[in-house]
Design a protein around this ligand. Structure first.
Ligand SMILES: Nc1ncnc2c1ncn2[C@@H]1O[C@H](COP(=O)(O)OP(=O)(O)O)[C@@H](O)[C@H]1O
Ligand SMILES: [Mg+2]
Length: 252
Protein backbone atom coordinates (compact mmCIF):
# COMPACT_ATOMS: atom_id res chain seq x y z
CA UNK A 1 0.00 0.00 0.00
CA UNK A 2 1.37 3.43 -0.86
CA UNK A 3 1.76 5.96 1.91
CA UNK A 4 -0.80 8.76 1.51
CA UNK A 5 0.64 12.15 0.61
CA UNK A 6 -1.55 13.52 3.38
CA UNK A 7 -3.65 11.84 6.01
CA UNK A 8 -5.82 13.72 8.49
CA UNK A 9 -7.57 12.01 11.40
CA UNK A 10 -10.32 13.71 13.41
CA UNK A 11 -8.94 17.20 12.93
CA UNK A 12 -10.70 19.97 14.84
CA UNK A 13 -9.75 23.61 14.43
CA UNK A 14 -11.37 26.66 15.99
CA UNK A 15 -10.64 30.36 15.69
CA UNK A 16 -10.68 32.38 18.87
CA UNK A 17 -11.47 36.04 18.39
CA UNK A 18 -12.84 38.99 20.34
CA UNK A 19 -16.36 37.91 19.43
CA UNK A 20 -15.94 34.36 20.67
CA UNK A 21 -14.80 31.09 19.25
CA UNK A 22 -15.71 29.78 15.81
CA UNK A 23 -15.48 26.05 15.31
CA UNK A 24 -14.20 26.03 11.72
CA UNK A 25 -13.24 22.38 11.20
CA UNK A 26 -15.05 19.60 13.07
CA UNK A 27 -13.62 16.13 13.19
CA UNK A 28 -12.30 16.11 9.64
CA UNK A 29 -10.59 12.99 8.30
CA UNK A 30 -9.19 12.47 4.83
CA UNK A 31 -6.49 10.73 2.89
CA UNK A 32 -5.06 11.67 -0.46
CA UNK A 33 -2.84 9.30 -2.40
CA UNK A 34 0.19 10.43 -4.38
CA UNK A 35 -0.92 11.56 -7.83
CA UNK A 36 -4.57 11.92 -6.81
CA UNK A 37 -6.51 15.15 -7.34
CA UNK A 38 -9.33 15.88 -4.91
CA UNK A 39 -11.72 18.80 -5.26
CA UNK A 40 -12.98 20.48 -2.08
CA UNK A 41 -16.34 22.20 -2.45
CA UNK A 42 -18.55 24.04 0.01
CA UNK A 43 -20.08 27.43 0.66
CA UNK A 44 -18.11 30.40 1.81
CA UNK A 45 -17.44 30.14 5.53
CA UNK A 46 -17.77 26.36 5.60
CA UNK A 47 -14.16 25.87 6.75
CA UNK A 48 -12.29 25.01 3.54
CA UNK A 49 -9.45 27.48 4.01
CA UNK A 50 -9.16 26.55 7.68
CA UNK A 51 -8.78 22.89 6.73
CA UNK A 52 -6.10 23.75 4.16
CA UNK A 53 -4.23 25.84 6.72
CA UNK A 54 -4.18 22.87 9.07
CA UNK A 55 -3.17 20.35 6.37
CA UNK A 56 -0.46 22.76 5.21
CA UNK A 57 0.93 23.11 8.74
CA UNK A 58 0.23 26.84 8.70
CA UNK A 59 -1.77 26.46 11.86
CA UNK A 60 -1.98 23.84 14.60
CA UNK A 61 -5.29 22.03 15.01
CA UNK A 62 -6.96 21.89 18.44
CA UNK A 63 -7.02 18.12 18.17
CA UNK A 64 -6.52 15.32 15.68
CA UNK A 65 -3.48 14.23 13.72
CA UNK A 66 -2.00 15.10 10.36
CA UNK A 67 0.55 12.92 8.62
CA UNK A 68 2.48 14.28 5.65
CA UNK A 69 4.05 11.52 3.55
CA UNK A 70 3.72 9.21 6.54
CA UNK A 71 5.30 11.61 9.01
CA UNK A 72 3.26 12.53 12.09
CA UNK A 73 3.34 16.32 12.28
CA UNK A 74 1.88 16.74 15.77
CA UNK A 75 5.20 16.47 17.58
CA UNK A 76 7.11 18.83 15.30
CA UNK A 77 8.42 22.14 16.61
CA UNK A 78 8.05 25.28 14.49
CA UNK A 79 11.40 24.89 12.75
CA UNK A 80 10.76 21.27 11.81
CA UNK A 81 7.23 22.07 10.67
CA UNK A 82 8.53 24.92 8.47
CA UNK A 83 11.13 22.65 6.91
CA UNK A 84 8.56 19.95 6.23
CA UNK A 85 6.21 22.54 4.75
CA UNK A 86 8.93 23.97 2.51
CA UNK A 87 10.10 20.57 1.29
CA UNK A 88 6.82 18.67 0.97
CA UNK A 89 3.93 21.09 0.52
CA UNK A 90 3.13 23.63 -2.18
CA UNK A 91 0.46 26.33 -1.85
CA UNK A 92 -1.47 28.19 -4.50
CA UNK A 93 -3.84 30.91 -3.31
CA UNK A 94 -6.57 32.90 -4.99
CA UNK A 95 -4.44 36.03 -4.77
CA UNK A 96 -1.18 35.18 -6.43
CA UNK A 97 1.01 36.58 -3.63
CA UNK A 98 3.96 37.29 -5.88
CA UNK A 99 6.66 39.70 -4.76
CA UNK A 100 6.06 42.80 -6.91
CA UNK A 101 9.68 43.91 -7.18
CA UNK A 102 10.88 40.46 -8.27
CA UNK A 103 10.83 39.01 -11.77
CA UNK A 104 8.90 35.82 -12.56
CA UNK A 105 12.14 33.87 -12.35
CA UNK A 106 13.11 35.43 -9.01
CA UNK A 107 9.65 34.82 -7.57
CA UNK A 108 10.08 31.11 -8.20
CA UNK A 109 13.77 30.93 -7.33
CA UNK A 110 13.33 32.64 -3.97
CA UNK A 111 11.15 29.75 -2.81
CA UNK A 112 13.77 27.13 -3.71
CA UNK A 113 15.20 25.25 -0.77
CA UNK A 114 18.69 25.59 -2.24
CA UNK A 115 18.51 29.38 -2.40
CA UNK A 116 18.71 31.81 -5.30
CA UNK A 117 21.83 30.41 -6.94
CA UNK A 118 21.01 26.71 -6.72
CA UNK A 119 17.36 27.26 -7.58
CA UNK A 120 17.62 29.25 -10.80
CA UNK A 121 17.81 26.27 -13.14
CA UNK A 122 14.87 24.45 -11.51
CA UNK A 123 12.86 27.66 -11.54
CA UNK A 124 13.55 28.24 -15.21
CA UNK A 125 12.55 24.67 -16.08
CA UNK A 126 9.30 24.98 -14.13
CA UNK A 127 8.43 28.33 -15.70
CA UNK A 128 9.01 26.77 -19.10
CA UNK A 129 6.74 23.92 -18.00
CA UNK A 130 3.91 26.34 -17.24
CA UNK A 131 4.43 28.06 -20.60
CA UNK A 132 6.27 31.13 -19.35
CA UNK A 133 9.74 30.53 -20.75
CA UNK A 134 9.39 33.85 -22.60
CA UNK A 135 8.38 35.80 -19.48
CA UNK A 136 11.24 35.02 -17.09
CA UNK A 137 12.33 38.64 -16.64
CA UNK A 138 8.85 40.14 -16.39
CA UNK A 139 7.61 41.52 -13.09
CA UNK A 140 4.13 40.62 -11.82
CA UNK A 141 2.58 43.91 -13.00
CA UNK A 142 3.82 43.12 -16.50
CA UNK A 143 2.02 39.78 -16.53
CA UNK A 144 -1.64 38.90 -17.05
CA UNK A 145 -3.61 37.42 -14.14
CA UNK A 146 -3.40 33.94 -15.66
CA UNK A 147 0.35 34.31 -16.17
CA UNK A 148 0.80 35.47 -12.59
CA UNK A 149 -1.05 32.42 -11.33
CA UNK A 150 1.14 30.20 -13.50
CA UNK A 151 4.19 31.77 -11.85
CA UNK A 152 2.61 30.98 -8.48
CA UNK A 153 2.06 27.36 -9.59
CA UNK A 154 5.72 27.08 -10.65
CA UNK A 155 6.71 28.54 -7.28
CA UNK A 156 4.51 26.04 -5.42
CA UNK A 157 6.16 23.14 -7.26
CA UNK A 158 9.77 24.31 -7.13
CA UNK A 159 10.78 21.98 -4.28
CA UNK A 160 9.00 18.97 -5.75
CA UNK A 161 6.28 18.78 -3.07
CA UNK A 162 4.26 15.61 -2.57
CA UNK A 163 1.18 17.70 -1.76
CA UNK A 164 -0.21 20.75 -3.49
CA UNK A 165 -2.88 22.75 -1.65
CA UNK A 166 -4.75 25.12 -3.94
CA UNK A 167 -7.31 27.47 -2.39
CA UNK A 168 -9.65 28.77 -5.11
CA UNK A 169 -6.68 29.19 -7.44
CA UNK A 170 -8.83 30.36 -10.33
CA UNK A 171 -11.18 32.54 -8.30
CA UNK A 172 -9.72 35.71 -9.83
CA UNK A 173 -9.58 34.47 -13.40
CA UNK A 174 -12.04 34.50 -16.29
CA UNK A 175 -13.38 31.19 -17.56
CA UNK A 176 -10.95 30.71 -20.46
CA UNK A 177 -7.96 31.53 -18.31
CA UNK A 178 -9.29 29.31 -15.55
CA UNK A 179 -9.28 26.34 -17.83
CA UNK A 180 -5.75 27.10 -19.03
CA UNK A 181 -4.40 27.51 -15.51
CA UNK A 182 -6.07 24.31 -14.30
CA UNK A 183 -4.62 22.38 -17.21
CA UNK A 184 -1.19 23.63 -16.25
CA UNK A 185 -1.75 22.81 -12.60
CA UNK A 186 -3.05 19.32 -13.34
CA UNK A 187 -0.31 18.52 -15.85
CA UNK A 188 2.56 19.72 -13.66
CA UNK A 189 1.20 18.09 -10.53
CA UNK A 190 0.58 14.79 -12.32
CA UNK A 191 4.04 14.79 -13.87
CA UNK A 192 5.51 15.13 -10.39
CA UNK A 193 3.19 12.52 -8.86
CA UNK A 194 1.93 15.25 -6.56
CA UNK A 195 -1.33 14.89 -4.62
CA UNK A 196 -3.60 17.89 -5.12
CA UNK A 197 -6.35 19.28 -2.90
CA UNK A 198 -8.18 21.94 -4.85
CA UNK A 199 -10.78 24.24 -3.31
CA UNK A 200 -13.25 25.32 -5.92
CA UNK A 201 -16.77 26.63 -6.41
CA UNK A 202 -16.87 25.44 -9.98
CA UNK A 203 -18.58 22.15 -10.80
CA UNK A 204 -16.56 22.07 -14.03
CA UNK A 205 -13.38 22.18 -12.03
CA UNK A 206 -14.64 19.58 -9.57
CA UNK A 207 -15.63 17.31 -12.44
CA UNK A 208 -11.99 17.10 -13.53
CA UNK A 209 -10.86 15.84 -10.14
CA UNK A 210 -10.58 12.17 -9.22
CA UNK A 211 -13.13 12.76 -6.46
CA UNK A 212 -14.83 15.54 -4.57
CA UNK A 213 -15.12 16.31 -0.88
CA UNK A 214 -17.67 18.74 0.43
CA UNK A 215 -17.59 20.91 3.53
CA UNK A 216 -20.62 22.27 5.33
CA UNK A 217 -20.37 23.98 8.72
CA UNK A 218 -16.91 22.58 9.32
CA UNK A 219 -17.94 19.01 8.56
CA UNK A 220 -16.23 17.19 5.71
CA UNK A 221 -18.11 14.64 3.63
CA UNK A 222 -17.64 12.83 0.38
CA UNK A 223 -19.56 14.78 -2.26
CA UNK A 224 -20.63 14.24 -5.80
CA UNK A 225 -19.19 16.18 -8.70
CA UNK A 226 -22.52 17.97 -9.19
CA UNK A 227 -21.98 17.70 -12.89
CA UNK A 228 -25.29 17.93 -14.70
CA UNK A 229 -26.73 14.47 -15.23
CA UNK A 230 -26.46 13.35 -18.82
CA UNK A 231 -29.86 12.43 -20.20
CA UNK A 232 -30.22 8.70 -20.65
CA UNK A 233 -30.33 7.40 -24.17
CA UNK A 234 -32.92 4.75 -23.33
CA UNK A 235 -36.29 6.25 -24.37
CA UNK A 236 -38.11 3.70 -22.20
CA UNK A 237 -36.42 4.75 -18.97
CA UNK A 238 -39.44 5.63 -16.80
CA UNK A 239 -37.34 7.70 -14.41
CA UNK A 240 -37.11 10.37 -17.09
CA UNK A 241 -40.81 10.99 -16.82
CA UNK A 242 -40.40 12.25 -13.26
CA UNK A 243 -38.88 15.70 -13.27
CA UNK A 244 -36.20 15.80 -10.56
CA UNK A 245 -36.10 18.72 -8.14
CA UNK A 246 -33.90 21.36 -9.74
CA UNK A 247 -31.30 21.90 -7.07
CA UNK A 248 -31.13 18.68 -5.19
CA UNK A 249 -27.87 17.99 -3.42
CA UNK A 250 -27.01 14.40 -2.76
CA UNK A 251 -25.03 13.45 0.28
CA UNK A 252 -24.23 9.79 0.63
N1 LIG B 1 -8.84 34.24 11.72
C1 LIG B 1 -10.11 33.98 12.03
N2 LIG B 1 -10.66 34.42 13.19
C2 LIG B 1 -11.95 34.14 13.51
N3 LIG B 1 -12.77 33.44 12.73
C3 LIG B 1 -12.30 32.98 11.56
C4 LIG B 1 -10.95 33.24 11.14
N4 LIG B 1 -10.76 32.65 9.94
C5 LIG B 1 -11.93 32.06 9.61
N5 LIG B 1 -12.85 32.26 10.59
C6 LIG B 1 -14.24 31.73 10.58
O1 LIG B 1 -14.15 30.33 10.42
C7 LIG B 1 -15.18 29.85 9.56
C8 LIG B 1 -14.53 29.12 8.40
O2 LIG B 1 -13.81 30.04 7.60
P1 LIG B 1 -12.95 29.60 6.35
O3 LIG B 1 -12.11 28.45 6.74
O4 LIG B 1 -12.26 30.81 5.83
O5 LIG B 1 -14.08 29.11 5.34
P2 LIG B 1 -14.09 29.03 3.74
O6 LIG B 1 -12.68 28.98 3.28
O7 LIG B 1 -14.88 27.80 3.46
O8 LIG B 1 -14.80 30.25 3.25
C9 LIG B 1 -15.98 31.07 9.15
O9 LIG B 1 -17.09 31.12 10.00
C10 LIG B 1 -15.06 32.22 9.41
O10 LIG B 1 -15.77 33.38 9.72
MG1 LIG C 1 -11.68 30.15 1.91
Amino acid sequence: MTTPAVQARAVCLSHRGPRGTVSAVRDASLEIAPGETVALAGRSGSGKTSLLMALGLLTTPDSGTIHIAGQDTSALNDTAASALRRDRIGFVFQSFNLLPQFTALENVTVAHRGGMRAGAEDARRLLEGVGLGHRLRHRPHELSAGEQQRVAIARALVNGPGLLLADEPTGNLDAGTESEVLDVLARQATEQGCAVLLVTHSSDVAARADRTLRMADGVLRPGNHEAPQEPQDDPHDPSQDDPAPASQETHP
